[in-house]
Every structure is written in C-alpha cells, then in structure tokens.
Design a protein around this ligand. Structure first.
Ligand SMILES: [Zn+2]
Length: 775
C-alpha cells in the first residue's frame, strides 16, 4: 500500500499492543472463507456468518484459534454442531467436543455482528462514510498489522492463505465489490441485494476486501501474456469518464510488468474508489483506491502502478513476517519507479529512483526515529521510509549488481518460484544465489541485514603510458555511514575521461576498505568519476550534466546550483553530494572546524574560459526538503565558511565564498567553480588571530587579480618558495620559484581561472590562491 508520510510522523510514536502475537497458522491451515455478511451502512454495523474450512496442522488439537477483534460472537458451530467458545474481544477459541488430529478437516461457522473498528493510527480497518462502507486490510499501528480480524474471524497473519467466497447483502440501490469474480447478484425482494464474489486464488487475510457504495463498473479487457483478463474499475456513478482518463496507461503498465516480472496471475484487474484520502491498499484484484485522485488526470499514475505491482510483490508472493516488509513494499516502490522506464524513458526512471534514494538517506532516520536495517524491521516502523524507500533503492542497487538480463530473469523466476506462498529476506537471498550463481551473501549482509550505507569514492588514479595506450590504476575507497563493517564483493563503476571528451567506463570489483584495478585506455585520462550512471545507492547522491550555454543548472539531490554566466565551450560536470564526513585537515588550523555531516565533489571537464558561480546550500531547518542538513554543526552561521581542496592529496583551504541567507538556511556562493571537493567549515576567527603566525605562512601577495596582463607573485621573506599552477580542470600547467623578495611575473597563455599552490623548500604547502586571467 501507499500512505502519506504525515500519518507515520503523527502516529508512530505510541504503540498500542492489542492481542497476542501468535502464529496460529502453525496450528491451523484455512483453505476457504465463505463470508455471508449483511452490511448496514446507516447503522454502521455488519452481521453474518463466517464459514471457515480448515485443516488441523497438529495432533490432539483441543481448540481452534481464530483472530477476531472488537465484534460480538453470537454462536459457533463445528460441522453443523453447535459448540462452546471463548472470546476475549481479540482471540476466539472454538472448543470442540473431541480432539482433532493432523489433517482433520472441519467447517467452522461463526455467527457474529457488531461495529467493526479502525486502527489507532487512522490508517486501516473498516470504514463507514456517507453511503459507502469499505475496509483497508492493514493497520499501521496495531500489531499484528494484518487487519482481516476487524471484520471477520480469521488467521490474521502473512502466512495463512485461503480462497474466498463473499455473499454481501446490502440495500438494493448499492453495489458490493469484493476480491475475485462477480458470480451472481440476487435480488432478495425485500429492498436488499446479495452480491456473490469468488476469489479462486489464495491470499492472506489482510488482502481480503469489500467495498459497498453506489458504484458503476468501468469495464475493460487486458490481453495478457497468458490470458485475457477482465479489468473492472468501480467508481461513483458520474465518475466513469474520469476513471477512463486517469487509468489511461493501465494496460501499458500491465504489459510492462508482465514483460519484466512475468505473467499477471489473477482472475481480474480491479480498483474500487473509496472516500479515503491518505493512500491506497492493494487488496488482491480489488485495490482500494482514493476516489479523490480518480480526477481525469494522470497525476496519480504512480499510485495505481504501485498497487498493481503488489500483484507480483506482496500479493502473489508475500513477506514471511512484518519484519520482512521490504519484500512487499520496497519492491512495489521499485516497480512504481521502474514503470517510468518502459512507459517513458530510462532517464525518468533514474530521476525517480534517485529522488527516492536521496529522501531515504536524508530522512529515513528522522521519519522512522532510528536507523534500521531493511531486515529485521521493528514493528513500530514496518510501514516506514526505510522499508519503502531504502527498500526500493536497494532493489535498484541489486538490479545493477546483477545486470538487467540476469536480474529480470531472476525476478521472473523468483515470482514464479514463490507463487502464492511466503518469502523471507533469507529466502530471497538464497534463491538469488542459487538461480544466478552469484553468491549474494555479502550483498545481503550489507544492503539488507545492516543499517546505514557504504560510501564509495575514487581516491586517486595514476597513469603509465604503454605503447600507444595508457595503463590507468584507480584506487577506490570505501567509507561507512551509520555502520561498522565494510561491504565485501563490491562492484563499482568508474568512468575515465580526458579533456577531449573521451570516456570509458570500467568495473572495479573489490572487498573491504580499499580497492584498486588497472585498465588499459586508448586515451590519457585526466578525470575519474565514481558511478556516473548512479547504479549504486550508497551514501552519495550525484548528478551529471553537459553544460553548453549560459543557464542556471541545478544538480539534483546535491544542494548545489551552478549559475553559468558565460562559457566558451561545453563543460561536463558530475556533482556528488557525499552523506558522510569529509577527510579531516592534514594540518589543523586553529579555530577552523570541518563539518562531520557532508561534503561535495565536483569532477569533470571545463573549457578554457568560463564564468560559473556556484551556490552551496546550508540549512539547519527541521522540516521540509532541506531539513537536518547541517544541524548540530551549524551553530553559528556567521562563522560558516566554504572550504576547498583539489583532491585527497591536498589540504582544505578557506575560499572567499560569501553567505546569503539567514541563521537557519541560505547559501554560500563561490564566484568561480573549480574541480575538487568542497565542505562547510566553522571558522572562529578570534582563535586564529590570537595564534602567532609562523614564518612560512606569512602572506604571499598576488597582484593584480583579475588581470589580463599577468600576475606578480611577491613574498616578504628571503627564502625560496616553489609554486605550481593548475588550470580549472585540475591539470598542472606550470611550475616555478619565487626567490627571496624578488617578484615573479607569470603570464598565462590562455584566459581562465587558475589555482596557484605555494610550497616551502621541504615541499609543504604554504598557501593556495585562485587567479582569474581575463581576455
Ligand atoms: Zn504498497
């Protein structure tokens, strides 16, 4: 299902535990429920008989345990013989006159009535609203979350699957819609009608459904891979045209899901509009769908695609426990992202899944009130951001880990293999290992069974010419966010480029903290990009762009925007927002503190001349999309500075970026972007000033700057200072010496932005400065 996050924030903190968490399906296997129910909408009550065909799973069974919550039991029969029962408002124990044995089959008939309830969270249960009654089969807060028991006696867990007959009697001007196929409608001649539905395939109790209202049917047909399948969308009379328009792409989405996940295996494709505005529920073949979003637009296409995908992930195979909920919901959110790829294009999918990943790594710990592995998920956050969004990002990572061909083969086999049964996280791991031949132990240990994230980066690379080619050795580094163990059996893509727009992508396989690999390239690379195509949802969010014109360029999910004022030729830039602490100072500067939250990396090709301003967002908001970025660190925004280093071999230096914004949020703006890393620092200037400045850090003057005639470098000491000059792409283009108090005049060949690094005689960096050579 899908819910609105708001409800989680409001209602998760208090957990009311009703009933006992007992897996009754160890005792009993229910084959069929035959629910004969009168639904009185004006009286807000239900009344009827549940006839339950069950098989004993044990010897010497002395009672039949069922879940039933908050209703009244009138009488109970076993095989037409009235019997005793115990009912405590939550558990119904049916007491036979003799013990039953393994494989004995019984028909239990429970006569009951009452006003069915809703979940304390406000999400799930049985609702009466105007002329409509409907159920939502999951209670977010109640435990177990399965919510069949609020409207019929059942085994309310994920494991017991049964087929269903529904005989729903209601006022004859209304329509009752249930799972499966409508078999007949009986006019009782007393102002009521009885609607008989049969669901031939087995489902757990939380997927059983009923909705009663003044519905009309919007029928259609899907010519599927294996069968011709009726589509039945029930909406309020008058909403038919809007339903046709809103569900315009339903059949294309079905066809895509069949192609990638395997045939649709249910007897009907069904939605029913309900007056519920906080999400939808994937009841098998009868999805409860908010009527308000059947509005004639495609704005909520993702929502019906998500619920539809549960007919592969969740309904057809079902999580073995609430702690495995990502098996249902993580995969459904992945499918909700993935349909964009086959219905629209790959870029739309990637953008969608990257937004999900960005929100998961940014917000899950706040939404869920903690940092959890996908499995085992605590029951108070079963339906939280980690389950849904991190779950989807891990499926995306899995997809790329295996590659599309093997991944989708394996998914189809997985769905088929676990048809109409349950799957634990371990079952999925073991199945994938056996099916693909790829040992998934390390992948699952990291991505499913551990909290937090690994973080991958290119630390450095070296190039050795080899004949006409170049042997490049790249060094990969793994760091950790909210976890303690390094991930093994990693597969990371590194793309190399030179400044002439040659690109080559290679895969580095490694385990542990460091990895390296050597590749032969037919060009001399000057840049190395980690995971340019965003195949891994690690502790990075990144975006890359080709920039050809003056424009405002937001790099999505990075909190960095470039303002391209002028550019002489195209640029290619990858901006990475790293959700971990930057490397610390090689040499501490008194009073200057580095953030431990995040840093940026800008990598890529810049032309000879450009004028690109960069705006780095800071925020210590506690709500909204900029929440919690710098909280804790950003105590005094007036002291906020932007630090820069060219690469991991360098040390951080303070840039001249200036602040625009409030004490809570705003931007540090840098006049000219350079290739390298950026991080926020807090600079307590009073501490720095009190320190005695060492000889080597006496200022070196550069003037004039900017200049179109060259730059003078001048120092106030008698020793020799070496310097190196780098262009904006980070390539060293010149080196020289300032001897004593003589000025050195450097005249660049081409206009552009340059970085000048000054070193003492021992090679230690004294300072770095940017110069801008104008036309
Ligand atoms: Zn869902």
């Amino acid at each position: 299902m899908i819910k609105q996050i708001l409800f989680l924030i409001l209602f998760i903190p208090t957990i009311i535990l009703r009933g006992q968490i007992i897996n009754h399906s160890d005792t009993l296997d229910i084959l069929n429920y035959n629910l004969n129910l009168d639904i009185d909408i004006s009286g807000q009550t239900i009344q009827g008989i549940a006839q339950i065909t069950a098989i004993s799973q044990v010897d010497n069974l002395t009672y039949f345990p069922l879940d039933l919550q908050g209703l009244t039991v009138d009488s109970v029969f076993i095989n037409d013989t009235i019997c005793n029962f115990l009912y405590n408002d939550t558990l119904l124990h049916i007491l036979p006159s003799h013990v039953y044995h393994l494989t004995d089959t019984v028909l239990l008939s429970v006569y009951y009535h009452g006003h069915p309830g809703i979940d304390p969270s406000g999400w799930g249960g049985f609702y009466f609203s105007g002329t409509t009654a409907y159920n939502l089969g999951v209670g977010f807060q109640d435990i177990p979350h399965n919510y069949g028991r609020v409207w019929f006696p059942c085994l309310d867990d994920f494991n017991d699957r049964a087929t269903y007959d529904f005989h729903i009697t209601t006022a004859d001007n209304l329509v009752a819609v249930c799972n499966g196929t409508l078999i007949e409608t009986i006019n009782n001649g007393n102002g009521t009608k009885t609607w008989h539905w049969i669901l031939h395939q087995s489902i757990p109790s939380y997927l059983a459904s009923v909705a009663v209202s003044n519905y009309v049917l919007v029928p259609d047909t899907f010519y599927g891979m294996q069968d011709t399948i009726p589509i039945g969308i029930y909406v309020a009379s008058g909403d038919s045209a809007q339903a046709v328009a809103s569900f315009a792409n339903l059949k294309q989405i079905l066809a895509g899901y069949e192609q990638y996940f395997g045939p649709y295996q249910w007897e009907r494709i069904g939605y029913v509009g309900v007056p519920f505005n906080s999400g939808a529920m994937e009841h098998a073949t009868n999805i409860a769908y908010p009527a308000v979003v059947i509005d004639g637009t495609s704005s909520y296409e993702y929502l019906y695609a998500h619920e539809l995908s549960h007919h592969w992930f969740g309904n057809y195979l079902t999580c073995a426990s609430a702690e495995d909920m990502w098996i249902n919901e993580g995969w459904a959110v992945f499918a909700e992202a993935f349909y964009h790829e086959f219905l629209y294009d790959k870029a739309t999918y990637l953008s969608y899944i990257m937004n999900i990943h960005a929100n998961a790594i940014h917000m899950a710990q706040y939404d869920d009130g903690g940092i959890y592995p996908l499995y085992p998920m605590p029951q108070n956050v079963t339906y939280g951001t980690t389950t849904y969004q991190k779950g989807a990002s891990v499926v995306h990572t899995l997809r790329n880990y295996l590659g599309d061909s093997l991944f989708f083969d394996a998914v189809r086999a997985y769905v088929s293999n676990f048809a109409l049964t349950n799957v634990s996280s371990y079952d999925l791991r073991n199945f994938l290992t056996a099916y693909t031949g790829v040992d998934m132990t390390d992948f699952f240990n990291s991505w499913v069974f551990s909290p937090g994230y690994p973080h991958f980066s290119v630390d450095s690379f070296s190039v050795v010419p080899n004949g006409g080619n170049f042997d490049v050795t790249v060094f990969i580094r793994q760091r950790l966010r909210d976890r303690t163990n390094f991930t093994n059996s990693n597969r990371t893509e590194v793309t190399f480029s030179d400044d002439s727009w040659h690109f080559q992508t290679e895969t580095v396989n490694f385990s542990g903290e460091f990895g390296q690999a050597t590749f032969s390239l037919n060009f001399n690379p000057t840049h190395a990009y980690m995971d340019l195509e965003n195949k891994i949802c690690d502790a990075r969010t990144s975006d890359s762009k080709v920039i050809s014109n003056a424009a405002t360029i937001p790099f999505h999910n990075t909190y960095l925007t470039l303002y391209v004022n002028q550019i002489s030729d195209s640029a290619f830039l990858q901006v990475t927002h790293n959700w971990i602490a930057p490397d610390t100072f090689k040499q501490e500067i008194p009073g200057l503190y580095l953030t431990d939250k995040r840093y940026w990396k800008v990598e890529g090709i810049l032309p000879n001349t450009f004028n690109i301003t960069a705006r780095f967002l800071y925020s210590k908001a506690t709500t909204g999309s900029y929440a919690y970025l710098d909280n804790g660190f950003l105590t005094s925004p007036d002291s906020l500075v932007l630090l820069y280093r060219r690469n991991s071999a360098d040390d951080w230096q303070i840039t001249n970026a200036y602040k625009q914004g409030t004490s809570t949020n705003g931007y540090l703006t840098l006049d000219t972007i350079m290739i390298g890393e950026y991080a926020f620092g807090i600079w307590n200037r009073t501490i720095t000033i009190r320190e005695k400045m060492p000889e080597d850090t006496k200022p070196i003057k550069i003037f004039p700057n900017p200049s179109n005639t060259g730059f003078y470098f001048q120092q106030q000491k008698k020793s020799v200072t070496n310097f190196k000059i780098f262009n904006a792409s980070g390539k060293q283009i010149f080196s020289g010496q300032i001897i004593g108090e003589d000025s050195y005049l450097w005249q660049p060949d081409v206009p552009g932005l340059y970085l000048v690094s000054f070193f003492d005689s021992k090679g230690k960096i004294i300072t770095k400065k940017q110069v801008l050579a104008t036309e």
